[in-house]
Design a protein around this ligand. Sequence first.
Ligand code: 6PG
Length: 263
Amino acid sequence: MSCAPEFRIMEDRAELAREAAELFVWLGKEAIRTGGRFCVALSGGSTPRALHAVLAGPDFSGQLDWRQVWFFFGDERGVPLDHPESNFAMAEETLFRPLKIAPGQIARMKAEMADLDEAACAYEATVRTCFGVHPPARPSFDLILLGLGEDGHTASLFPDTAALEERTRLVVPTQSPKGIKNRLTLTVSAINQAKTVVFLASGVGKAEAVSAVIEGRTRDSQEDRRFPARLIHPVNGRLIWLVDRAAAARLTVARQGIVSHEE
Ligand code: 6PG
């Protein structure tokens, strides 16, 4: 049974990054204590940069046994791994290199492959092998970090695309309506298996999308496909929204009133 989402509103991007780092470390310690490792799927885009910098910084880098952290990706753009638009390149620069993460602990989505469907199948096989989980079962990431696009997309799950309908595969190829077209993405059903999903949204540019996703949810799943982030509600896990005041600006006063970063 999916739990009600949790909302935490922070003053600004810096406080959001720190709150996210606290949560990341807490979840990581719990996962390592109970299961011996922490399997996390990183978000792409620019928002996670601040979180990565805090995790790799002096206050947090010593708080987790990074040798027990296994890194995956929620999505990737169809570019080489050293391309400035690559989600892997951003994580490599801001997290893996500073923390000296061993390459064997990182499962990169090879979205630069000519045959994207083959790349999706290969990544799914990697994930299944890492988790020791075979069809029809689905693996459960300890944490999946997600961003939110201004059109309500998350990972590379874009409005009204076939990827939103996928119920069997964990990873599919898809196309972005803007920017780098070719993408690989975890599917809605793969994401909804996670133990904890955390959305990070920062800045006034996200206010419309945050409000549309959080307060606009309808009972009409067709309508919800216009804002794919509405489809994310973990089956047996926690859904946590970490937003800053600017991104929360269009939420109803009631919603703003009932949440604060202390919760
Ligand atoms: C991607 C991301 C995507 C991102 C949102 C927000 O590869 O682009 O996975 O879903 O999280 O577009 O991006 P920003 O953090 O850059 O605003």
